[in-house]
Design a protein around this ligand. Structure first.
Ligand SMILES: Nc1ncnc2c1ncn2[C@@H]1O[C@H](COP(=O)(O)OP(=O)(O)OP(=O)(O)O)[C@@H](O)[C@H]1O
Ligand SMILES: CC(=O)C(=O)O
Ligand SMILES: [K+]
Ligand SMILES: [Mg+2]
Length: 567
Protein backbone atom coordinates (compact mmCIF):
# COMPACT_ATOMS: atom_id res chain seq x y z
CA UNK A 1 0.00 0.00 0.00
CA UNK A 2 1.52 3.33 -0.92
CA UNK A 3 0.11 6.68 0.03
CA UNK A 4 0.96 10.29 -0.38
CA UNK A 5 2.51 11.47 2.81
CA UNK A 6 2.49 14.66 4.79
CA UNK A 7 5.84 15.31 6.36
CA UNK A 8 6.25 17.16 9.61
CA UNK A 9 9.57 18.75 10.30
CA UNK A 10 10.77 19.08 13.88
CA UNK A 11 9.87 22.75 13.72
CA UNK A 12 6.26 22.15 12.82
CA UNK A 13 5.44 19.04 14.79
CA UNK A 14 5.31 19.48 18.56
CA UNK A 15 5.89 15.77 19.22
CA UNK A 16 9.47 16.18 18.09
CA UNK A 17 10.08 18.55 20.92
CA UNK A 18 9.29 15.85 23.43
CA UNK A 19 12.19 13.75 24.67
CA UNK A 20 10.61 10.50 23.49
CA UNK A 21 8.05 9.78 20.84
CA UNK A 22 4.61 9.04 22.23
CA UNK A 23 3.85 5.34 22.34
CA UNK A 24 1.36 5.49 19.51
CA UNK A 25 4.07 6.34 17.00
CA UNK A 26 5.83 3.27 15.64
CA UNK A 27 9.09 3.30 13.74
CA UNK A 28 9.25 1.78 10.27
CA UNK A 29 12.09 1.43 7.81
CA UNK A 30 11.68 3.55 4.67
CA UNK A 31 11.66 2.24 1.14
CA UNK A 32 12.57 4.70 -1.59
CA UNK A 33 11.07 4.42 -5.03
CA UNK A 34 11.70 7.19 -7.55
CA UNK A 35 11.21 10.23 -5.30
CA UNK A 36 8.43 8.56 -3.35
CA UNK A 37 8.63 7.16 0.10
CA UNK A 38 6.63 4.03 0.70
CA UNK A 39 5.46 3.20 4.17
CA UNK A 40 3.71 -0.07 4.70
CA UNK A 41 1.72 -1.26 7.67
CA UNK A 42 -0.51 1.72 8.31
CA UNK A 43 -4.20 1.41 7.63
CA UNK A 44 -4.86 5.03 8.50
CA UNK A 45 -6.01 6.99 5.44
CA UNK A 46 -4.08 10.06 6.65
CA UNK A 47 -1.11 8.77 8.58
CA UNK A 48 1.02 11.32 10.35
CA UNK A 49 4.62 10.56 9.51
CA UNK A 50 7.59 11.78 11.45
CA UNK A 51 10.78 11.44 9.48
CA UNK A 52 14.21 11.24 11.03
CA UNK A 53 17.27 11.67 8.89
CA UNK A 54 21.03 11.48 8.87
CA UNK A 55 21.39 15.24 8.98
CA UNK A 56 22.26 15.52 5.31
CA UNK A 57 18.73 15.98 4.13
CA UNK A 58 17.85 12.34 3.54
CA UNK A 59 15.47 10.42 5.70
CA UNK A 60 16.44 7.05 7.09
CA UNK A 61 13.37 6.04 9.05
CA UNK A 62 9.81 7.18 9.58
CA UNK A 63 7.53 7.11 12.54
CA UNK A 64 3.92 6.57 11.66
CA UNK A 65 1.21 7.81 13.93
CA UNK A 66 -0.84 4.67 13.75
CA UNK A 67 -4.19 6.20 14.30
CA UNK A 68 -4.35 9.92 14.55
CA UNK A 69 -7.07 11.18 16.85
CA UNK A 70 -8.48 14.68 16.80
CA UNK A 71 -10.21 16.45 19.63
CA UNK A 72 -10.36 20.18 20.08
CA UNK A 73 -7.62 21.77 22.08
CA UNK A 74 -10.01 23.41 24.55
CA UNK A 75 -11.75 20.16 25.48
CA UNK A 76 -8.45 18.35 25.76
CA UNK A 77 -7.15 20.87 28.28
CA UNK A 78 -10.40 20.80 30.20
CA UNK A 79 -10.43 17.02 30.38
CA UNK A 80 -6.85 16.91 31.60
CA UNK A 81 -7.47 19.51 34.27
CA UNK A 82 -10.88 18.55 35.59
CA UNK A 83 -11.55 15.02 34.43
CA UNK A 84 -14.69 13.87 32.71
CA UNK A 85 -17.38 14.54 35.23
CA UNK A 86 -17.08 18.30 35.37
CA UNK A 87 -17.01 19.08 31.66
CA UNK A 88 -19.71 21.39 30.33
CA UNK A 89 -22.63 19.60 28.70
CA UNK A 90 -24.57 22.58 27.31
CA UNK A 91 -23.16 23.82 23.99
CA UNK A 92 -22.56 27.50 23.25
CA UNK A 93 -23.12 29.46 20.05
CA UNK A 94 -21.85 32.98 19.37
CA UNK A 95 -23.17 35.27 16.66
CA UNK A 96 -20.19 36.85 14.95
CA UNK A 97 -20.36 40.56 14.16
CA UNK A 98 -18.17 43.66 14.26
CA UNK A 99 -17.17 42.99 17.90
CA UNK A 100 -15.85 39.50 17.22
CA UNK A 101 -14.82 39.13 13.58
CA UNK A 102 -11.03 39.41 13.87
CA UNK A 103 -8.92 36.28 14.25
CA UNK A 104 -7.78 37.12 17.80
CA UNK A 105 -11.37 37.80 18.87
CA UNK A 106 -12.56 34.56 17.29
CA UNK A 107 -9.79 32.68 19.01
CA UNK A 108 -10.70 34.21 22.36
CA UNK A 109 -14.26 32.93 21.85
CA UNK A 110 -12.99 29.46 20.85
CA UNK A 111 -10.87 29.34 24.00
CA UNK A 112 -13.88 30.58 25.98
CA UNK A 113 -15.98 27.62 24.85
CA UNK A 114 -17.70 28.68 21.62
CA UNK A 115 -18.81 25.43 19.95
CA UNK A 116 -20.55 27.02 16.98
CA UNK A 117 -20.02 30.40 15.27
CA UNK A 118 -23.21 31.84 13.79
CA UNK A 119 -23.22 34.25 10.90
CA UNK A 120 -26.44 36.17 10.29
CA UNK A 121 -27.04 36.93 6.62
CA UNK A 122 -29.37 39.80 7.65
CA UNK A 123 -26.25 41.84 8.21
CA UNK A 124 -22.95 42.35 6.42
CA UNK A 125 -21.92 41.30 2.93
CA UNK A 126 -21.13 37.82 1.65
CA UNK A 127 -17.47 38.84 1.38
CA UNK A 128 -17.51 39.84 5.04
CA UNK A 129 -19.01 36.50 6.06
CA UNK A 130 -16.60 34.61 3.83
CA UNK A 131 -13.66 36.18 5.65
CA UNK A 132 -15.14 35.17 9.00
CA UNK A 133 -15.57 31.58 7.80
CA UNK A 134 -11.99 31.51 6.54
CA UNK A 135 -10.68 32.78 9.88
CA UNK A 136 -12.63 30.17 11.84
CA UNK A 137 -11.41 27.43 9.51
CA UNK A 138 -7.83 28.58 9.85
CA UNK A 139 -8.09 28.53 13.65
CA UNK A 140 -9.51 25.00 13.47
CA UNK A 141 -6.74 23.83 11.17
CA UNK A 142 -3.84 25.54 12.82
CA UNK A 143 -4.80 25.52 16.46
CA UNK A 144 -6.91 22.38 16.76
CA UNK A 145 -10.31 23.89 17.60
CA UNK A 146 -13.46 22.32 16.17
CA UNK A 147 -15.74 25.32 15.89
CA UNK A 148 -18.67 24.58 13.57
CA UNK A 149 -20.27 27.25 11.37
CA UNK A 150 -23.97 28.05 11.30
CA UNK A 151 -25.37 30.29 8.59
CA UNK A 152 -28.66 31.99 9.43
CA UNK A 153 -30.86 33.22 6.56
CA UNK A 154 -32.42 36.64 6.48
CA UNK A 155 -35.91 35.36 5.70
CA UNK A 156 -38.50 37.60 4.17
CA UNK A 157 -40.52 39.00 7.02
CA UNK A 158 -41.16 42.72 6.90
CA UNK A 159 -38.34 44.85 8.14
CA UNK A 160 -37.04 48.40 7.89
CA UNK A 161 -34.21 49.44 5.60
CA UNK A 162 -30.68 50.04 6.81
CA UNK A 163 -31.02 53.73 7.88
CA UNK A 164 -28.59 54.85 5.19
CA UNK A 165 -25.53 53.83 7.15
CA UNK A 166 -26.55 55.34 10.52
CA UNK A 167 -26.20 52.88 13.41
CA UNK A 168 -29.54 53.96 14.91
CA UNK A 169 -32.20 56.68 14.86
CA UNK A 170 -34.24 57.97 17.76
CA UNK A 171 -38.02 58.34 17.51
CA UNK A 172 -39.60 60.69 20.07
CA UNK A 173 -43.11 60.65 21.44
CA UNK A 174 -45.64 62.26 19.08
CA UNK A 175 -43.25 62.65 16.16
CA UNK A 176 -44.57 61.96 12.67
CA UNK A 177 -42.48 59.46 10.70
CA UNK A 178 -42.98 58.24 7.13
CA UNK A 179 -42.66 54.52 6.35
CA UNK A 180 -42.37 54.02 2.61
CA UNK A 181 -41.90 51.26 0.07
CA UNK A 182 -39.86 53.71 -2.04
CA UNK A 183 -36.11 53.36 -1.98
CA UNK A 184 -34.43 56.66 -1.11
CA UNK A 185 -31.27 58.17 -2.44
CA UNK A 186 -28.71 58.84 0.23
CA UNK A 187 -28.85 60.82 2.41
CA UNK A 188 -32.08 59.44 3.83
CA UNK A 189 -34.72 62.18 4.26
CA UNK A 190 -35.34 63.05 7.88
CA UNK A 191 -37.84 60.88 9.80
CA UNK A 192 -38.27 58.56 6.87
CA UNK A 193 -37.89 54.80 6.93
CA UNK A 194 -37.79 52.47 3.98
CA UNK A 195 -39.76 49.19 4.25
CA UNK A 196 -38.65 46.05 2.37
CA UNK A 197 -42.14 44.70 1.57
CA UNK A 198 -43.77 46.07 -1.61
CA UNK A 199 -47.32 45.38 -0.45
CA UNK A 200 -46.82 47.37 2.76
CA UNK A 201 -48.66 50.58 1.83
CA UNK A 202 -51.60 48.60 0.46
CA UNK A 203 -51.89 46.24 3.41
CA UNK A 204 -51.81 48.63 6.37
CA UNK A 205 -54.89 50.57 7.41
CA UNK A 206 -55.26 53.89 9.18
CA UNK A 207 -55.49 53.08 12.91
CA UNK A 208 -53.17 50.05 12.75
CA UNK A 209 -50.39 49.84 15.27
CA UNK A 210 -46.87 49.48 13.82
CA UNK A 211 -44.55 47.62 16.20
CA UNK A 212 -40.77 47.81 15.75
CA UNK A 213 -38.61 44.94 17.06
CA UNK A 214 -41.36 43.40 19.15
CA UNK A 215 -42.15 46.63 20.99
CA UNK A 216 -38.92 48.61 21.22
CA UNK A 217 -40.76 51.45 19.45
CA UNK A 218 -44.45 51.79 18.47
CA UNK A 219 -46.31 53.93 15.95
CA UNK A 220 -49.91 54.49 14.99
CA UNK A 221 -50.80 54.74 11.28
CA UNK A 222 -52.48 58.13 10.72
CA UNK A 223 -52.50 58.58 6.94
CA UNK A 224 -51.75 56.70 3.72
CA UNK A 225 -50.38 58.64 0.78
CA UNK A 226 -49.44 56.51 -2.27
CA UNK A 227 -46.31 54.53 -1.36
CA UNK A 228 -45.93 56.50 1.89
CA UNK A 229 -47.52 55.68 5.22
CA UNK A 230 -47.50 58.45 7.83
CA UNK A 231 -47.30 57.29 11.43
CA UNK A 232 -47.24 58.96 14.85
CA UNK A 233 -44.79 57.65 17.43
CA UNK A 234 -46.69 56.41 20.50
CA UNK A 235 -43.83 54.62 22.31
CA UNK A 236 -40.50 56.40 21.79
CA UNK A 237 -37.21 54.55 21.44
CA UNK A 238 -34.25 53.62 19.31
CA UNK A 239 -34.73 52.37 15.74
CA UNK A 240 -31.99 49.96 14.65
CA UNK A 241 -31.09 49.15 11.03
CA UNK A 242 -33.24 46.39 9.50
CA UNK A 243 -35.42 46.17 12.58
CA UNK A 244 -38.34 43.80 12.28
CA UNK A 245 -41.81 45.34 11.71
CA UNK A 246 -45.19 43.85 12.59
CA UNK A 247 -48.58 45.49 12.43
CA UNK A 248 -51.51 44.94 14.68
CA UNK A 249 -55.23 45.64 14.18
CA UNK A 250 -57.77 45.52 17.00
CA UNK A 251 -55.23 43.90 19.30
CA UNK A 252 -54.13 41.06 17.03
CA UNK A 253 -51.26 40.56 14.67
CA UNK A 254 -52.09 41.12 10.99
CA UNK A 255 -50.74 38.03 9.29
CA UNK A 256 -52.31 37.89 5.84
CA UNK A 257 -49.43 39.72 4.23
CA UNK A 258 -46.88 37.36 5.80
CA UNK A 259 -48.56 34.42 4.13
CA UNK A 260 -47.70 35.98 0.78
CA UNK A 261 -44.01 36.18 1.55
CA UNK A 262 -41.81 33.19 0.73
CA UNK A 263 -39.95 31.63 3.68
CA UNK A 264 -36.82 31.50 1.54
CA UNK A 265 -36.48 34.68 -0.54
CA UNK A 266 -34.46 34.97 -3.73
CA UNK A 267 -31.69 36.60 -1.70
CA UNK A 268 -31.85 33.71 0.78
CA UNK A 269 -31.34 31.19 -2.05
CA UNK A 270 -28.19 33.04 -3.08
CA UNK A 271 -27.03 33.00 0.52
CA UNK A 272 -27.79 29.27 0.72
CA UNK A 273 -25.71 28.67 -2.42
CA UNK A 274 -22.96 30.65 -0.73
CA UNK A 275 -23.30 28.51 2.43
CA UNK A 276 -23.15 25.28 0.44
CA UNK A 277 -20.11 26.48 -1.51
CA UNK A 278 -18.38 27.45 1.74
CA UNK A 279 -19.29 24.10 3.30
CA UNK A 280 -20.98 25.51 6.40
CA UNK A 281 -22.09 22.90 8.95
CA UNK A 282 -25.59 24.21 9.67
CA UNK A 283 -28.09 26.37 7.82
CA UNK A 284 -30.74 27.94 10.07
CA UNK A 285 -33.93 28.94 8.27
CA UNK A 286 -35.76 32.00 9.56
CA UNK A 287 -39.56 32.24 9.85
CA UNK A 288 -40.28 28.62 8.92
CA UNK A 289 -44.01 28.11 8.39
CA UNK A 290 -44.26 24.46 7.39
CA UNK A 291 -42.32 21.21 7.00
CA UNK A 292 -42.53 21.54 3.23
CA UNK A 293 -39.94 24.28 2.99
CA UNK A 294 -37.53 22.25 5.12
CA UNK A 295 -37.96 19.18 2.91
CA UNK A 296 -37.49 21.33 -0.17
CA UNK A 297 -34.28 22.83 1.16
CA UNK A 298 -32.93 19.47 2.31
CA UNK A 299 -33.35 17.93 -1.11
CA UNK A 300 -31.77 21.01 -2.69
CA UNK A 301 -28.76 20.68 -0.40
CA UNK A 302 -28.51 16.93 -1.01
CA UNK A 303 -28.42 17.49 -4.78
CA UNK A 304 -25.85 20.28 -4.53
CA UNK A 305 -23.41 18.91 -2.02
CA UNK A 306 -23.17 15.17 -2.23
CA UNK A 307 -20.15 14.77 -0.05
CA UNK A 308 -20.99 17.22 2.69
CA UNK A 309 -24.04 16.86 4.80
CA UNK A 310 -25.30 20.26 5.94
CA UNK A 311 -27.79 20.14 8.78
CA UNK A 312 -30.94 22.28 8.48
CA UNK A 313 -32.15 24.04 11.62
CA UNK A 314 -35.73 25.31 11.73
CA UNK A 315 -36.11 28.63 13.51
CA UNK A 316 -39.29 28.73 15.54
CA UNK A 317 -40.15 32.43 15.48
CA UNK A 318 -43.61 32.83 14.03
CA UNK A 319 -47.19 31.91 14.83
CA UNK A 320 -47.24 29.54 11.85
CA UNK A 321 -44.20 27.66 13.08
CA UNK A 322 -45.95 27.04 16.40
CA UNK A 323 -49.06 25.80 14.62
CA UNK A 324 -47.08 23.21 12.64
CA UNK A 325 -44.44 22.56 15.27
CA UNK A 326 -44.23 18.79 15.31
CA UNK A 327 -44.05 18.28 11.54
CA UNK A 328 -41.48 21.08 11.21
CA UNK A 329 -39.21 19.62 13.87
CA UNK A 330 -39.67 16.13 12.46
CA UNK A 331 -38.52 17.33 9.02
CA UNK A 332 -35.53 19.33 10.36
CA UNK A 333 -32.15 18.34 11.77
CA UNK A 334 -32.71 20.62 14.75
CA UNK A 335 -34.62 23.68 15.91
CA UNK A 336 -33.97 27.09 17.40
CA UNK A 337 -36.30 28.89 19.77
CA UNK A 338 -35.72 32.34 18.23
CA UNK A 339 -37.30 34.33 21.03
CA UNK A 340 -36.55 37.72 19.47
CA UNK A 341 -39.02 37.51 16.63
CA UNK A 342 -41.23 35.00 18.40
CA UNK A 343 -41.84 37.61 21.08
CA UNK A 344 -42.93 40.04 18.39
CA UNK A 345 -45.53 37.62 17.03
CA UNK A 346 -47.05 36.15 20.17
CA UNK A 347 -47.69 37.88 23.51
CA UNK A 348 -44.46 37.96 25.53
CA UNK A 349 -45.98 36.01 28.38
CA UNK A 350 -46.47 33.06 26.04
CA UNK A 351 -42.80 32.85 25.05
CA UNK A 352 -41.59 30.84 28.10
CA UNK A 353 -44.16 28.07 27.64
CA UNK A 354 -43.49 27.97 23.89
CA UNK A 355 -39.77 27.60 24.69
CA UNK A 356 -40.38 24.74 27.07
CA UNK A 357 -42.65 23.00 24.60
CA UNK A 358 -40.13 23.24 21.74
CA UNK A 359 -37.24 22.07 23.94
CA UNK A 360 -39.20 19.03 25.14
CA UNK A 361 -40.51 18.09 21.73
CA UNK A 362 -37.04 18.30 20.20
CA UNK A 363 -35.65 15.98 22.80
CA UNK A 364 -38.42 13.49 22.27
CA UNK A 365 -37.91 13.58 18.51
CA UNK A 366 -34.13 13.40 18.96
CA UNK A 367 -33.32 16.77 17.37
CA UNK A 368 -30.86 19.24 18.87
CA UNK A 369 -32.47 22.44 20.16
CA UNK A 370 -31.05 25.92 20.64
CA UNK A 371 -32.43 28.60 22.95
CA UNK A 372 -31.68 32.02 21.47
CA UNK A 373 -32.01 35.77 21.95
CA UNK A 374 -31.71 38.19 24.82
CA UNK A 375 -30.18 35.64 27.20
CA UNK A 376 -27.71 38.29 28.40
CA UNK A 377 -29.03 41.35 26.55
CA UNK A 378 -27.83 43.86 29.16
CA UNK A 379 -24.25 42.65 28.60
CA UNK A 380 -24.27 44.40 25.22
CA UNK A 381 -23.56 47.47 27.35
CA UNK A 382 -22.60 46.27 30.82
CA UNK A 383 -19.85 43.89 31.98
CA UNK A 384 -22.14 41.99 34.31
CA UNK A 385 -25.55 40.37 33.70
CA UNK A 386 -28.76 41.08 35.55
CA UNK A 387 -29.92 38.49 38.07
CA UNK A 388 -32.96 37.92 35.89
CA UNK A 389 -30.73 37.09 32.92
CA UNK A 390 -28.77 34.57 34.97
CA UNK A 391 -32.08 33.01 36.01
CA UNK A 392 -33.14 32.83 32.35
CA UNK A 393 -29.90 31.09 31.36
CA UNK A 394 -30.32 28.68 34.30
CA UNK A 395 -33.84 27.85 33.20
CA UNK A 396 -32.69 26.98 29.67
CA UNK A 397 -29.90 24.80 31.11
CA UNK A 398 -32.35 23.11 33.49
CA UNK A 399 -34.65 22.40 30.57
CA UNK A 400 -31.67 20.51 29.12
CA UNK A 401 -31.55 22.49 25.89
CA UNK A 402 -28.65 21.37 23.70
CA UNK A 403 -27.29 24.83 23.12
CA UNK A 404 -27.54 28.47 24.18
CA UNK A 405 -26.91 31.29 21.75
CA UNK A 406 -25.52 34.81 22.07
CA UNK A 407 -26.79 37.36 19.51
CA UNK A 408 -26.04 41.07 19.92
CA UNK A 409 -24.01 40.28 23.07
CA UNK A 410 -21.26 38.73 20.93
CA UNK A 411 -21.99 40.37 17.55
CA UNK A 412 -21.88 44.02 18.51
CA UNK A 413 -21.68 44.16 22.30
CA UNK A 414 -18.86 45.57 24.37
CA UNK A 415 -18.21 42.39 26.38
CA UNK A 416 -18.46 39.34 24.13
CA UNK A 417 -15.94 37.23 26.04
CA UNK A 418 -17.47 38.09 29.39
CA UNK A 419 -20.93 37.18 28.09
CA UNK A 420 -19.64 33.83 26.86
CA UNK A 421 -17.96 33.23 30.18
CA UNK A 422 -21.26 33.87 32.00
CA UNK A 423 -22.99 31.27 29.79
CA UNK A 424 -20.18 28.83 30.49
CA UNK A 425 -20.01 29.23 34.25
CA UNK A 426 -23.78 29.27 34.73
CA UNK A 427 -24.14 26.13 32.56
CA UNK A 428 -21.48 24.20 34.45
CA UNK A 429 -22.89 25.22 37.83
CA UNK A 430 -26.50 24.38 37.03
CA UNK A 431 -25.55 21.06 35.40
CA UNK A 432 -23.56 20.10 38.50
CA UNK A 433 -26.42 21.07 40.74
CA UNK A 434 -28.75 18.87 38.70
CA UNK A 435 -26.43 15.90 39.01
CA UNK A 436 -25.89 16.43 42.74
CA UNK A 437 -29.57 16.72 43.42
CA UNK A 438 -30.04 13.58 41.30
CA UNK A 439 -32.98 15.23 39.68
CA UNK A 440 -33.17 12.91 36.70
CA UNK A 441 -36.44 13.86 35.21
CA UNK A 442 -38.12 10.75 33.86
CA UNK A 443 -38.92 12.12 30.45
CA UNK A 444 -40.79 9.71 28.27
CA UNK A 445 -38.57 9.09 25.26
CA UNK A 446 -40.74 7.70 22.49
CA UNK A 447 -39.33 5.57 19.75
CA UNK A 448 -38.13 7.70 16.83
CA UNK A 449 -36.82 5.19 14.27
CA UNK A 450 -38.95 3.11 11.92
CA UNK A 451 -36.67 0.13 11.23
CA UNK A 452 -36.32 -2.57 13.87
CA UNK A 453 -32.55 -2.07 14.04
CA UNK A 454 -33.15 1.63 14.84
CA UNK A 455 -35.39 0.61 17.70
CA UNK A 456 -32.65 -1.69 18.99
CA UNK A 457 -30.15 1.19 18.88
CA UNK A 458 -32.57 3.39 20.83
CA UNK A 459 -33.12 0.74 23.50
CA UNK A 460 -29.38 0.18 23.78
CA UNK A 461 -28.77 3.88 24.34
CA UNK A 462 -31.56 4.23 26.88
CA UNK A 463 -30.23 1.22 28.80
CA UNK A 464 -26.60 2.30 28.52
CA UNK A 465 -27.44 5.78 29.82
CA UNK A 466 -29.39 4.31 32.73
CA UNK A 467 -26.56 1.94 33.61
CA UNK A 468 -24.09 4.80 33.39
CA UNK A 469 -26.12 6.77 35.94
CA UNK A 470 -26.64 3.84 38.29
CA UNK A 471 -23.02 2.65 38.15
CA UNK A 472 -21.71 6.23 38.23
CA UNK A 473 -19.35 5.54 35.36
CA UNK A 474 -16.76 8.09 34.26
CA UNK A 475 -17.76 8.22 30.61
CA UNK A 476 -19.87 6.69 27.89
CA UNK A 477 -17.98 5.87 24.70
CA UNK A 478 -19.82 5.70 21.41
CA UNK A 479 -18.29 4.68 18.07
CA UNK A 480 -20.49 6.18 15.40
CA UNK A 481 -19.98 6.79 11.71
CA UNK A 482 -23.05 8.92 11.03
CA UNK A 483 -23.35 10.41 14.51
CA UNK A 484 -26.84 8.97 14.98
CA UNK A 485 -25.98 6.66 17.87
CA UNK A 486 -24.23 9.56 19.62
CA UNK A 487 -27.33 11.72 19.32
CA UNK A 488 -29.48 8.91 20.76
CA UNK A 489 -27.22 8.78 23.81
CA UNK A 490 -27.21 12.56 24.10
CA UNK A 491 -31.02 12.50 24.08
CA UNK A 492 -30.95 10.49 27.34
CA UNK A 493 -29.00 13.34 29.03
CA UNK A 494 -26.90 10.95 31.17
CA UNK A 495 -24.90 12.11 34.20
CA UNK A 496 -21.52 11.40 32.60
CA UNK A 497 -20.14 12.93 29.40
CA UNK A 498 -20.36 11.03 26.13
CA UNK A 499 -17.15 10.61 24.19
CA UNK A 500 -18.21 10.23 20.57
CA UNK A 501 -15.68 8.75 18.13
CA UNK A 502 -16.51 9.41 14.53
CA UNK A 503 -14.58 8.97 11.32
CA UNK A 504 -15.14 12.30 9.57
CA UNK A 505 -14.33 15.86 10.56
CA UNK A 506 -17.71 17.11 9.32
CA UNK A 507 -19.72 14.72 11.53
CA UNK A 508 -17.45 15.64 14.40
CA UNK A 509 -18.14 19.35 13.92
CA UNK A 510 -21.87 18.73 13.68
CA UNK A 511 -21.92 16.73 16.92
CA UNK A 512 -20.52 19.83 18.58
CA UNK A 513 -24.06 21.24 18.78
CA UNK A 514 -25.41 18.36 20.85
CA UNK A 515 -25.77 18.18 24.60
CA UNK A 516 -23.03 16.34 26.47
CA UNK A 517 -21.13 15.06 23.43
CA UNK A 518 -17.36 15.35 23.28
CA UNK A 519 -16.66 14.52 19.65
CA UNK A 520 -13.35 13.02 18.55
CA UNK A 521 -12.33 12.20 15.02
CA UNK A 522 -10.73 8.80 14.77
CA UNK A 523 -10.51 6.24 12.04
CA UNK A 524 -11.77 2.99 13.48
CA UNK A 525 -12.62 -0.47 12.25
CA UNK A 526 -15.55 -2.85 12.74
CA UNK A 527 -13.58 -4.69 15.38
CA UNK A 528 -14.71 -3.19 18.69
CA UNK A 529 -12.07 -4.97 20.73
CA UNK A 530 -9.28 -3.33 18.80
CA UNK A 531 -11.12 0.03 18.66
CA UNK A 532 -11.40 0.06 22.42
CA UNK A 533 -7.80 -0.91 23.01
CA UNK A 534 -6.61 1.71 20.59
CA UNK A 535 -8.77 4.47 22.04
CA UNK A 536 -7.71 3.60 25.56
CA UNK A 537 -4.04 3.83 24.70
CA UNK A 538 -4.49 7.00 22.65
CA UNK A 539 -6.48 8.77 25.36
CA UNK A 540 -4.16 7.53 28.08
CA UNK A 541 -1.12 8.75 26.17
CA UNK A 542 -2.70 12.20 26.05
CA UNK A 543 -3.57 12.14 29.73
CA UNK A 544 -7.31 12.28 29.13
CA UNK A 545 -8.21 9.01 30.87
CA UNK A 546 -6.41 6.83 33.37
CA UNK A 547 -6.27 3.19 34.35
CA UNK A 548 -9.24 2.21 36.46
CA UNK A 549 -11.72 4.69 34.96
CA UNK A 550 -15.08 3.00 34.47
CA UNK A 551 -16.43 3.23 30.95
CA UNK A 552 -19.50 2.00 29.08
CA UNK A 553 -19.09 1.61 25.32
CA UNK A 554 -21.69 1.28 22.57
CA UNK A 555 -21.31 1.38 18.82
CA UNK A 556 -23.14 1.73 15.52
CA UNK A 557 -21.56 -1.45 14.20
CA UNK A 558 -22.03 -3.80 17.09
CA UNK A 559 -25.33 -3.64 18.92
CA UNK A 560 -24.04 -4.32 22.41
CA UNK A 561 -23.20 -2.61 25.68
CA UNK A 562 -19.76 -3.14 27.14
CA UNK A 563 -18.85 -2.12 30.68
CA UNK A 564 -15.18 -2.05 31.59
CA UNK A 565 -12.42 -0.44 33.56
CA UNK A 566 -9.72 1.24 31.54
CA UNK A 567 -6.78 -1.23 31.68
N1 LIG B 1 -22.47 40.61 10.38
C1 LIG B 1 -22.89 41.65 11.10
N2 LIG B 1 -22.50 42.90 10.79
C2 LIG B 1 -22.91 43.96 11.51
N3 LIG B 1 -23.74 43.87 12.57
C3 LIG B 1 -24.17 42.66 12.94
C4 LIG B 1 -23.77 41.49 12.22
N4 LIG B 1 -24.37 40.42 12.80
C5 LIG B 1 -25.10 40.92 13.81
N5 LIG B 1 -24.98 42.26 13.92
C6 LIG B 1 -25.59 43.15 14.93
O1 LIG B 1 -25.96 42.41 16.07
C7 LIG B 1 -27.35 42.56 16.34
C8 LIG B 1 -27.90 41.25 16.90
O2 LIG B 1 -27.67 40.20 16.01
P1 LIG B 1 -28.78 39.15 15.65
O3 LIG B 1 -28.11 38.07 14.90
O4 LIG B 1 -29.55 38.77 16.85
O5 LIG B 1 -29.69 39.95 14.62
P2 LIG B 1 -31.15 40.40 14.49
O6 LIG B 1 -31.09 41.58 13.61
O7 LIG B 1 -31.76 40.55 15.84
O8 LIG B 1 -31.88 39.25 13.65
P3 LIG B 1 -32.33 37.75 13.91
O9 LIG B 1 -33.79 37.79 14.15
O10 LIG B 1 -31.99 37.03 12.67
O11 LIG B 1 -31.56 37.25 15.08
C9 LIG B 1 -27.96 42.96 15.02
O12 LIG B 1 -29.14 43.69 15.18
C10 LIG B 1 -26.85 43.81 14.40
O13 LIG B 1 -26.91 45.11 14.91
C1 LIG C 1 -32.42 34.46 16.60
C2 LIG C 1 -33.57 35.09 15.95
O1 LIG C 1 -33.69 35.07 14.76
C3 LIG C 1 -34.58 35.70 16.78
O2 LIG C 1 -34.53 35.58 18.00
O3 LIG C 1 -35.48 36.32 16.21
K1 LIG D 1 -31.64 35.89 10.50
MG1 LIG E 1 -35.32 36.27 14.09
Amino acid sequence: MSRSLRFFTPATHPSFLKPALPTFYRRFPLTFSSNRVLVKASSDPNPHILVSGNGAGSATSACVLLSSIEVDAVTETELKENGFRSTRRTKLICTIGPSTCESEQLEALAVGGMNVARINMCHGTREWHKRVIERVRRLNDEKGYAVAIMMDTEGSEIHMGDLGGASSARAEDGEIWTFSVRAFDAPRPERTINVNYDGFAEDVKVGDELVVDGGMVRFEVIEKFGPDVKCRCTDPGLLLPRANLTFWRNGSLVREQNAMLPTISSKDWLDIDFGIAEGVDFIAISFVKSAEVINHLKSYIAARSRDSDIAVIAKIESIDSLKNLEEIIQASDGAMVARGDLGAQIPLEQVPSAQQKVVQLCRQLNKPVIVASQLLESMIEYPTPTRAEVADVSEAVSQRADALMLSGESAMGQFPEKALSVLRTVSVRIEKWWREEKRHEAMELPSVGCAFSDRISEEICISAAKMANNLEVDALFVYTKTGHMASLLSRCRPDCPIIAFTTTTSVRRRLNLQWGLIPFRLSFSDDMESNLNRTFSLLKARGMIKSGDLVIAVSDMLQSIQVMNVP
